[in-house]
Design a protein around this ligand. Sequence first.
Ligand code: PSU
Ligand code: MN
Length: 303
Amino acid sequence: MQTVIAPEVQAALGAGGAVVALESTLVAHGLPWPDNHEVAQELEAAVRAEGAVPATIALVDGVVHVGLDTPTLERLARHGSEFVKTGATELAVHVARKASAATTVSATAVLAARAGIRVFATGGIGGVHRGDAIDVSHDLVALSRTPIAVVSAGAKSILDLPRTVEMLETLGVLVVGYRAREFPAFYSRSSGIPLPCTVQSIADLADVARIHWGELGGAGILVCNPIPLRAEIRVDDAIEQALAAATQAAITGKALTPFLLGRLATVTQGESVVANRALALHNATVAGQLAKQLSEPAPAPYR
Ligand code: PSU
Ligand code: MN
């Protein structure tokens, strides 16, 4: 498998510096053009503002790219539909076919960890879909075995959040609230589901991560970072409408999440896109801070 690590990312990793992985499915399939291109650039800028190097990950013509150059980032955003959405499991198939693919949280986490990256920012991870059909995002399983911290605004509220939280526990994903006592519901700060643990500072978060990965040999950490208060929106009715439309159109599997996000954007007249953008940006900032903290020598133990 051919992998190209961007020179800047390689240099930072070699020097033990701060690097933050960013996913490409959010760009290619989660947001409309041209917002997606602006968001992709803003996420990278937010990581840089914290003194870390961004590494957007995607498969381009069968080559794994860890860190995209300017034209490739634009190609991903402008021609998103040419990038097949891939999870971690089917990556090999796309690599073998020399395809271009947008990596979900699961695929990004696996490729990032393989490159030595320990911090990753997304919007919201996948989870357990609502309804009776068994549709549980592979994101949860991938996090259960990949040593990386994913900063996320909880899970997308188009999902069944109580079941998602239970599944995270079953799979042994460490779920930590960053200045949050409830599992965040993506577009809103609260879900009514209490979190088992909360940290109030980046230093404490870094201590937890070091111990989890170090002495305890743990894997994925889901850092729950709620949407900023001013960006919160109420979308319960819009979600019901989007879910009904998905059922009506018999949309299932990989197409479901992009379909629901697209419908929500239409129903809310773009309000959901604005909120998605704000929360993803906030996650990139916190991820940048965490990566920076982890690149510094370990301070005093967890208080
Ligand atoms: N976060 C966003 N928008 C997105 C996603 C995350 O703000 O589009 C993507 C991620 O790539 C995540 C995927 O891994 O949605 C989940 O898809 P599924 O439910 O099919 O596993
Ligand atoms: Mn699914």
